[in-house]
Structure formats: C-alpha cells, structure tokens
Design a binder for this molecule. Structure first.
Ligand code: KDG
Ligand code: MG
Length: 405
C-alpha cells in the first residue's frame, strides 16, 4: 500500500496546530499531530523539506521500518523538532493501518484493558478561594482527579493559571512575543502547601489531587516541598525538577513518598530509561506527538511496566485533538495506564476543524469504536484560521535572572 501524498496543515483555531495527513494509493488517509508549541514552523519545514520526499512510494504498512528509517537514517537522531515530525508520520500510519484493518487502533495493540480512561482536569485560580471553587465544580461533575494550580499572592500569572484570562483559548495563540513573568521560589514554597491543606479540609481525600511544578525547583527544594505535601496525599507532583539531570529525582525520592511524575519533554525512550530503571518516578508523561509516535510509546509503556511505573500522557490543549484521540487508544490498551490529563478543546472553532466524539461519564472518558484513531480533519474549515506566531511565557527571578520555563 504505497504512500501517494503527504499534506501538512498549520491552523490556529484558537491555538496553533500542525496536522499531517498521509494519503495512500487507494485514497485511505491517516492523521498525525506535529504540533510543537512556539516552534511550529520548524517542524513544518523538517517535514516538507526533509521527510516527505523520502516517504512517497514507500509501503504505508511498514510502520516500524519507516520509524527506524526516519530516526536512525537521519544520522541526527534526537531533538524535539525532528521527533515531532517523525511522531506525526508514525501516528498517521497507525491511523491508516487501523482504517485498512477496519479496527480501532487499540485493537491492533492487543485490545482494551479497561472500559474507560480516567482523566484529570485543571482547577486553576488567581486565589485559593477561586481554585477551590473550580475544584468543587470538577468534583460535582464526577471527576476522579484534578490538578490544582494557583497564582501566588501579589503576583500575576504564575504558571498554570490563566493570567487573568478565562480559558486557554484566550491565553494561547495570542502571544506574538513571549510574555515575561516573575518567579519567587520562596513565596511559592510557602504558599502551595496551604492550597492543598485547604483543599483537603474542604473536600476530603476521595478526590485525587496533583500539581505541576514545571521544573522550577532544585532537587533539595523539591524534596522539601514534596515532604510538606505528604499529609495531603497527592496522586503525584509533576516536573518537580528539570529532567536534564535525572539524578535530581533520586534525591527527591530519598526524601519523600509523594509520588513523582515527569516526561512530557522526553523525546525518546533513552530520555526515560534511567529514571524508570531506577524507579525514581511513578508516572511517565511522554506524549505520542513529542515522543516519536505510537511505535516508541508502546515500547515505553512495556518497559515502564517492568518497574511499576504508570503512563500518564501529557494532555495539554496545545497538543491537537489528533494527539488526544491517539492517547485514548493508547490509554485503553496500556496495562500500566495511570491517568490522562484532560483539559478539553471545547471551542467551536477547534470543533469545526477536528471532528471526533468523546464522552465523559463519572470521570472516565469513552469514545466511539471507529477504525483508526476515529478523528477527521476539515481542510476547508482549517483554512479559515491561519497560523499566528505565538510563544509560551518566559520566567525570571525577582532579580531578573532567567529561570526555568
Ligand atoms: O507547551 C507546553 C505546555 O503543553 C505545558 O506547559 C503544559 O506542563 C504542561 C502540562 O502538564 O499540561
Ligand atoms: Mg506539565
């Protein structure tokens, strides 16, 4: 089944998304997500200038060989841009294989391991009160897990909050230059335990709670924070420290039993290997789009299972709904699946471009059993929403020093 054409679309129905469509000689098409927030066009060039010409005429069924060809064959194996490009092609080929087999992709992996996908929502707020009001809404809506992020008092726009905006739609796709924010580790460390204390006092321990530090602490600071949070029994603390120095997780591990999650920036299995093998983490958060597609992600899940590490794919809304549907299949299959981040794409513009169906019941997500990923892309609708350059924010310490994102 020869690959006849590969189309790449960039659109901004609220946020920038890069979508790859691989078309075979019989007219079957498959979708992949190549979105890399803030560096979208670099991935487009990598695909158009360097990947597509090598794939026309190849057998779309040979997913593993194409993956190895693009990864090893490039000589420059690693890097977020190249892996996002390879990941999108890989996803599109799995979509095609599912359609040709007339099966949802999870069937090709070995079938479902569960009836639905447990998700966690985001309760963000400019104050503890607002964050807890949002948490209450999630609990009332049946969620089993929620991430809490709260702006520090007297600062604007601590990561994970909305910088005064109502939703991601207003926030993202709307930053033509990186906004700069101020970060104070001391204020943060003094404040966050209070957020979780009040959450537990008000809502008890039935709801799972988690929090994303976004790698803004050193290992010993993170150890102290995780220790302070122990009484509030978090599901996990995410990205407590940067993963460039994996041993940082060893230090945290030695100090606390708060579970640890990381990996949304992992590009390869090798990025995750040491942390998993040493059991320094509990959840690996690698996304299909940023980890090279389904082909390496299923290997990562199996490897992680050997060490009691669960999967929890990155599910920020700056990954496209194509990624989200890909994760649905992966999550339904992976025996060691933990939880899926789910913020939703609920804007009319995004739902006009990406056509798919999911249903949330009692904190679990369900989908239709369509062949492939079960998502379509409306090319005509996408044209209405041209690319807009947009960046993630930059952080500086109070004295002006550039800090971790
Ligand atoms: O592009 C970066 C975002 O996807 C990231 O900031 C979101 O950390 C994130 C998360 O856990 O959702
Ligand atoms: Mg994160």
């Amino acid at each position: 089944m020869k690959i006849k054409e590969i189309k790449i679309f960039v659109c901004c129905p609220g946020r920038n998304f890069v979508t790859v469509k691989v078309i075979t000689e019989d007219g079957t098409s498959g979708l992949g997500d190549a979105t890399l927030n803030g560096r979208e066009l670099a991935v487009v060039s990598y695909l158009e200038d360097h990947v597509v010409p090598c794939l026309i005429g190849r057998d779309a069924h040979q997913i593993e060989d194409i993956w190895q060809y693009l990864y090893k064959g490039a000589y420059w194996q690693n890097g977020a841009v190249s892996i996002a490009a390879i990941g999108a092609i890989d996803m599109a080929l799995w979509d095609i294989k599912g359609k040709l087999a007339n099966m949802p992709v999870y069937q090709l992996l070995g079938g479902k391991s569960r009836k639905g996908v447990t998700v966690y929502g985001h309760a963000n707020g400019e104050s503890i009160e607002e964050t807890l009001q949002n948490l209450e809404t999630f609990i009332k809506n049946g969620y089993k897990a929620v991430r809490l992020q709260c702006a520090l008092p007297n600062t604007k726009g601590t990561y994970g909050t909305m910088e005064g905006k109502k939703n991601y739609y207003e926030l993202q796709g709307n930053r033509p230059l990186p906004p700069e924010q101020v970060w104070s580790t001391t204020k943060y460390m003094n404040f966050i335990p209070e957020l979780f204390k009040q959450a537990r006092e008000k809502f008890g321990y039935d709801i799972h709670l988690c929090h994303d530090v976004h790698s803004r602490l050193t290992p010993i600071e993170a150890s102290r924070l995780c220790k302070l949070l122990e009484p509030y029994k978090l599901l996990f603390i995410e990205d407590a420290v940067t993963t460039e120095n994996p041993e940082g997780y060893k230090i945290i591990r030695e100090h606390t039993n708060t579970p640890l999650a990381t990996g949304e920036k992992f590009n390869t299995l090798w990025d995750a290997k040491e942390m998993i093998q040493n059991q320094w983490i509990d959840y690996v958060r690698t996304a299909m789009a940023h980890g090279g597609g389904l082909t390496p992600l299923k290997k990562l899940a199996d490897f992680a299972a050997l060490y009691h590490v669960r999967t929890a794919p990155h599910g920020a809304p700056d990954l496209s709904p194509v990624s989200f549907m890909g994760h649905m299949h992966f999550n339904l299959w992976a025996p060691n699946f933990g939880v899926q981040e789910f913020v939703g794409f609920g804007t009319p513009e995004i739902n006009e471009v990406f056509i798919y169906k999911i249903e949330l019941k009692e904190g679990l997500l369900y989908m239709n059993d369509q062949p492939g990923w079960g998502i379509e892309f409306d090319e005509k609708a996408a044209k209405k929403y041209p690319y807009k350059r947009s960046y993630l924010p930059v952080n500086r310490l109070e004295d002006g020093t550039l800090w971790n994102w």
